[in-house]
Design a protein around this ligand. Structure first.
Ligand SMILES: CC(=O)N[C@H]1[C@@H](OP(=O)(O)OP(=O)(O)OC[C@H]2O[C@@H](n3ccc(=O)[nH]c3=O)[C@H](O)[C@@H]2O)O[C@H](CO)[C@@H](O)[C@@H]1O
Ligand SMILES: C=C(OP(=O)(O)O)C(=O)O
Length: 925
């Protein structure tokens, strides 16, 4: 059946085309028509068996589809996967005037009808491959205008190498309005040249290869990508008449031709899909076979899996059988280390899926992502399943299990293609139900993955979600709705705005950005939610980058936007930027700064050490400062030890709120929302109408007592103040918790504990209790500072009459036979004998020495410095020394090991919970 289409491929038209004479797939069911915005529901643990057919490579297909634009007449591609990226690519080619027919896994592209050299389509921003048309358009038609590319959100993905390479071939390239404008500088066409890539970028190599094929003269490209997809592309171009030598090596020589004709090509099997299924067999401890596979394309993974204990055999040239059945392999799989790198190294596109497997293997494994700088979003989701993973930037330490997986089903969100696939694998291995939302990411690159897994015996379904299914709970959905209502978000696409907001507030900033990026139309609310979100999560520069986009797209910021902008500046210590934006409010945008804006400025000045300037700023305010402004100044005092000024401000804080009440100052009341057992409760400032208000007050009091008893104080600003101020915390706590703070939170039950989780600014407070004979509880908090994710856990406590605090930070770790952990602490003796306890860790793996830099640790230490006075520290140090036996330290060590990343803090918090009961703490003291 020949099916002509302009922009789409029929969802069910693809059959499983065999690459060569492989056994017929043992598939009995037919794929279901997918529901709108579906989710995956997986019931685990699954055991897989049978044979599966591997589709053609998505990445090869994208490059070859772009390459058809180099060719006059028709080209026929076989084994093209039916995935959404290919549909998007087909739309792009169609929009340029190409005629496309898709049938039965084949695509015929006739590019003779091309009338346009500018792509003006949303699809360009969604996928990576769309950008590849730049090379062919430029070389065949002499000019091209394309949007900057999209693709997975896995870190910085610049296109400098593409553009510099094209310039070396005689193109004039400009970046304007988010688009690349390119034309042949000589007015005729590209000319051959020499270009060395700084990094063997796959996309840049492919783009330059296509461009050079039609350039006048010889082109030599060096340090190019050697990926099989590059070789596939060169094969197609050669079959179309191009002269290309060296594809698959470091240097490619291209002798340009004046024209290329269309040709026919079978797309190489998708090595990443094959790898994903091999890992599916391993994680489920099953045995499956697959074809067609080219083993040399995934030799790295094959070696690693064999090292882990899997049996892998080849029944014919293109059929692989993978077994991880315990009785067959004689035990559990062992963990292993991976480090991603360009081909033939370990593919970055298999890193997340491999990490999922490692969570179920014995021992610890190290995963180093060296190709992309932010390809770790799946870690948080895997942690929700119970995986023990600790991350520092692009390195993850996966703590496996001795006896197979102990993952438990949960509600997850896929944040990118391979990260999403890793969640499917983990879901197959996990006990119980796993739901995965945002699976459109997965559909970008896996053809009918659910159906293929069903055919292997997995219990996986593609379901239509309920309206708020992304969070997995209808009750939570109601909460989201309530939240939207309370914040007056009215824009079209308000659901998306709310999602951006809610994700950001829950600390899932990448997910918030994912929603933001995918929005069809954005308004001031969308931008504000994203800016405030970034600011709250310590990503100041990203907040300011988003803000800078607003005038470009013609959206005027409002007062709330500026709260986010100033908050961001304050977080990053950007004093000049902060001043500029503050002044711009009235100067450029005609907005009158409110107390919130003044408060942010005071915070910014105060934390930059400009306390006098901050004080003066407050004095000169044209409106009356409120508790928010005073609170900010108080924070600065605490950080810089201005005790006297701090105490006078304390007095003002406790008088200013009642005074404002008396004068009936109208303010938008602070509002907090909390979900308890699926019911949303709202608290407004000064409103005591909640039916359980008395009970809640009791609970707050109880929390406050624990806070003080164990040396926790409510706000970081007040933490450094002298003990004299301690009695005033009562009042401050009341104000912070009941009157001023606008926060959200929820109460959940976890491991028999009732846990209150409150999200406030960039902090997450968790407080848990178990009401048995003794009150056993915990309290901890985490936060994110500056550009980097710096989280830490601290605790302090009061012993009898003296206030002796201690900071326990230590770890040690023994991996295998070698002892590769180290713990250090040091203190710095300055003029005032003010010191800090720094911890650094390093590990030695083979020849490499990987560790945190001292600078980072110092920054962390610096934070701690403000919290604990030196006297206390010294006390503490000696106390600790005598008090903590080595065994205890080891215990504690494994739990505190990675304090640095955001997700880890939560994980660690949980560890703590089981370890430290109030009783224990007292005993230890
Ligand atoms: C559609 C497609 O084929 N996608 C694949 C392609 O993506 P893509 O072609 O985008 O990946 P690249 O090889 O270009 O990127 C690798 C690294 O190079 C850097 N870089 C790249 C281009 C540039 O001009 N400047 C620069 O610095 C990137 O930031 C990144 O850190 O290869 C990746 C690496 O194997 C795979 O994960 C993707 O699945
Ligand atoms: C990163 C990937 O795709 P893209 O480059 O298209 O974003 C991928 O296939 O894993």
């Amino acid at each position: 059946m020949a099916l002509f289409f302009n922009t789409t491929i029929s969802p069910t038209s693809k059959s499983f085309t065999c690459y060569h004479s492989s056994p017929e797939p043992q598939i009995s069911k037919t794929p279901q028509k997918p529901p709108e915005n579906p989710i995956f529901k997986i019931k685990g643990p699954s055991t897989l068996s049978g044979h599966i057919t591997i589709s053609g490579s998505k990445n090869s297909s994208l490059a070859l589809l772009a390459a058809t634009l180099c060719c006059s007449g028709s080209s026929l591609l076989h084994n093209v996967p039916n995935v959404s990226d290919i549909k998007a690519m087909a739309s792009i080619l169609s929009s340029l005037g190409a005629k496309i027919e898709a049938f039965d896994g084949k695509m015929m592209v006739d590019s003779d009808g091309i009338r346009k050299v500018e792509v003006d389509l949303e699809e360009m921003k969604k996928i990576r491959g769309g950008f590849f048309v730049l090379g062919p358009l430029l070389s065949r038609f002499g000019e091209a205008v394309v949007d900057l590319p999209g693709g997975c959100n896995i870190g910085k993905r610049p296109v400098d190498l593409y553009l510099r390479g094209l310039s070396a071939l005689g193109a004039h390239v400009e970046l304007r309005e988010g688009k690349v404008w390119a034309h042949a500088a000589n007015g005729r066409g590209l000319v051959g040249g020499r270009f060395r890539l700084d990094y063997p970028s796959v996309g840049a190599t492919e783009t330059l290869l296509m461009a050079a094929s039609l350039a006048d003269g010889v082109t030599v490209l060096s340090n190019v990508a050697k990926e099989p997809e590059v070789v596939d592309l060169a094969r197609f171009l050669r079959d179309s008449g191009a002269s290309i030598e060296g594809a698959g090596t470091d240097t490619i020589v291209i002798r340009g031709k004046s024209w290329l004709h269309g040709s026919e090509c079978v797309i190489t099997p998708d090595r990443i899909e094959a790898g994903t299924f091999m890992l599916a067999a391993a994680i489920t401890r099953s045995c499956i076979s697959m074809s067609p596979v080219i083993p040399s394309h995934i030799s790295c993974l094959i070696h690693k899996l064999m090292k882990a204990g899997c049996r892998i055999s080849q029944s014919d040239q293109h059929t692989l059988k993978v077994s991880a059945v315990p009785t067959y392999i004689g035990g559990n799989l062992s963990g292993f280390d991976i480090r991603t790198s360009p081909f033939p190294g370990f593919p970055t596109d298999l890193q997340p899926q491999t990490m999922a497997l490692l969570t179920t293997c014995s021992g610890s494994s190290l995963v180093e992502e060296c190709v992309f700088d932010k390809r770790m979003s799946h870690v948080r989701e895997l942690q929700k399943l119970g995986a023990k993973i600790q991350v520092c930037e692009s390195t993850a330490l996966v703590l496996g299990k001795q006896n197979g997986s102990s993952l438990r089903g949960s509600h997850l969100v896929a944040s990118d293609l391979r990260g999403g696939a890793s969640l499917i694998l983990a879901g197959l291995a996990a006990e119980g139900i796993t739901e995965i939302n945002d699976i459109a990411h997965i559909d970008r690159g896996y053809e009918n993955i659910d159906w293929k897994l069903q055919c292997l015996g997995a219990d996986i379904e593609r379901l239509a979600p309920n309206a708020c299914g992304y969070l997995g709970k209808l009750e939570l959905g109601k909460w989201v709705h309530a939240y939207i209502g309370k914040n007056g978000i009215k824009a079209d696409g308000f659901i998306e705005n709310a999602l951006v907001d809610i994700y950001a507030k829950c600390g899932s900033i990448e997910k918030a950005f994912g929603v933001f990026q995918g929005m069809k139309s954005r308004d001031v609310f969308s931008y504000t939610a994203m800016i405030v979100g970034y600011a709250m999560n310590g990503e100041a520069q990203r907040a300011l980058d988003i803000f800078a986009e607003m005038p470009i797209v013609g959206i005027k910021p409002d007062e709330v936007t500026f709260v986010g902008v100033l908050f961001a500046c304050s977080h990053a210590g950007m004093v000049d930027e902060g001043w500029k934006h503050f002044k711009d409010m009235s100067r450029v945008y005609n907005l009158e700064p409110q107390t919130e804006h003044y408060g942010c400025m005071v915070d910014l000045l105060g934390h930059a050490g400009l306390t006098s300037e901050a004080e003066q700023f407050v004095e000169n305010m044209p409106i009356e400062p409120d508790a928010f402004v005073w609170g900010a100044l108080l924070g600065a005092c605490s950080v810089y030890g201005k005790v006297e000024l701090g105490e006078s401000i304390m007095k003002k804080i406790v008088t200013v709120e009642p005074a404002m009440k008396e004068r009936k100052v109208k303010k938008t009341p602070g509002c907090s929302l909390i979900e308890v057992n699926g019911v949303v409760h709202e608290f407004r400032k000064g409103n005591k109408s909640h039916p359980n208000v008395e009970e809640l007050k009791k609970l707050l009091k109880e929390m406050a007592i624990h806070l003080r008893t164990y040396g926790f104080v409510c706000s970081k600003q007040e933490a450094g103040l002298s003990h004299k101020c301690l009695e005033k915390f009562d009042m401050v706590e009341e104000i912070l918790l009941e009157e001023v703070v606008t926060c959200s939170g929820k109460v959940v039950e976890e491991n028999g504990l009732e846990v209150v989780e409150i999200y406030r600014h960039n902090e997450v407070w968790r407080w848990g209790r178990k009401l048995g004979k003794r009150d056993v509880g915990f309290l901890r908090w985490r936060r994110k500072l500056g550009k980097r994710n710096i989280g830490f856990l601290r605790w302090r406590r009061k012993l009898r009459k003296r206030n002796i605090g201690f900071l326990g930070v230590r770890w040690r770790r023994k991996l295998g036979k070698r002892n590769i952990g180290a713990v250090r602490w040091r203190r710095k003796l300055g003029k005032r004998n003010i010191g800090f306890l720094g911890v650094r860790w390093r590990r030695k793996l083979g020849k490499r020495n990987i560790g945190f830099t001292w600078g980072e640790m110092e920054e962390e230490a610096w934070e701690e410095e403000h919290m604990v006075s030196w006297g206390e520290m010294e006390e503490e140090a000696s106390e600790e020394e005598h008090m903590v036996s080595w065994g205890e330290m080891e215990e504690e060590a494994s739990e505190e090991e990675h304090r640095v990343s955001w997700g880890d803090m939560e994980e660690k918090a949980w560890e703590e919970e089981h370890r430290v009961s109030w009783g224990d703490m007292e005993e230890k003291a």
